[in-house]
Ligand binder design. Structure first.
Ligand code: C5P
Length: 229
């Protein structure tokens, strides 16, 4: 069992993990790890510095030195992300950046370089960890592991709505192709592929409203939360 309690929420793109995790972190007062954002920042930094997304060694050097800071706003509704003291919260949320993130994330050296940085987020009173391999690799001893899933069509629709709300220009056809490409890469890579941990609770959210997903997770974790409050 880890020193500090960790709850992992894994799943594919567009499943709603981000919203769920922000809500849980706010309600519990626990820390939040958005591990996807770390891979996104790395891809963004590589593209800005003209480092090839196929150059595993340079990417892993960059990952070791990455000066990235996460700040949760006072209301804790939003995670702001800074690279070298420059805010890049919006820049990394494009689907292009998500796709570039999944290209850099397939490399073992890159994942190794980012492992301890992610584990460092586990501090008292506890951690809500959002990602693809939180329950399988980064926090295998987590107290509770949740794996959220939904049909590809539903995930594309959710992501489309989210990107539109954030003011991004996006078409359903293009988004659908990009998400399918990203899913395939994330599931088929040899290093930390996207899959539920054997001891994860898998929730199919296809026909659920976000509030229903949160309620189901809350029922699963409330015992653990109260133990540590
Ligand atoms: O969750 P998000 O869409 O921000 O993740 C971007 C990409 O980062 C994913 O498609 C995946 O390839 C990678 N990622 C990962 N492991 C994690 C979190 C994200 O490989 N724990």
């Amino acid at each position: 069992m880890p020193d500090n309690p960790v709850i992992t929420i894994d799943g594919p793109s567009g499943v709603g993990k981000g919203t769920v995790c922000l809500f849980l972190a706010r309600e519990t007062g626990w820390h939040l790890l958005d591990s996807g954002a770390i891979y996104r920042v790395l891809a963004y930094a590589a593209l800005s510095r003209k480092i090839s997304l196929e150059d595993e060694h340079s990417l892993s050097d960059l990952a070791c030195d990455l000066n990235v800071v996460f700040k949760r706003s006072n209301s804790e509704e939003k995670l702001s992300i800074f690279l070298e003291n420059k805010e890049i919260t919006e820049q990394i949320r494009t689907e292009e950046c998500g796709n570039a993130a999944s290209k850099v994330a397939k490399y073992p050296l890159v994942r190794k370089a980012l492992l301890n940085r992610q584990r460092g987020f586990s501090k008292p009173p506890g951690l809500i960890a959002d990602g693809r391999d939180m329950g399988t690799v980064v926090f295998p001893d987590a107290r509770v592991k949740i794996f959220l899933n939904a049909s590809p069509e539903e995930r594309v629709n959710r992501r489309y709505k989210q990107l539109k709300e954030q003011g991004f220009s996006v078409t359903l056809a293009r988004l659908s192709a990009e998400i399918a490409e990203r899913d395939t890469r994330d599931q088929l890579r040899t290093e930390s592929p996207l899959k539920p941990a054997p001891d994860a609770v898998v929730i199919d959210t296809t026909d659920l409203m976000i509030e229903q997903v949160i309620n189901q997770i809350w029922d699963i974790i409330k015992q653990d939360i109260s133990e540590f409050s």
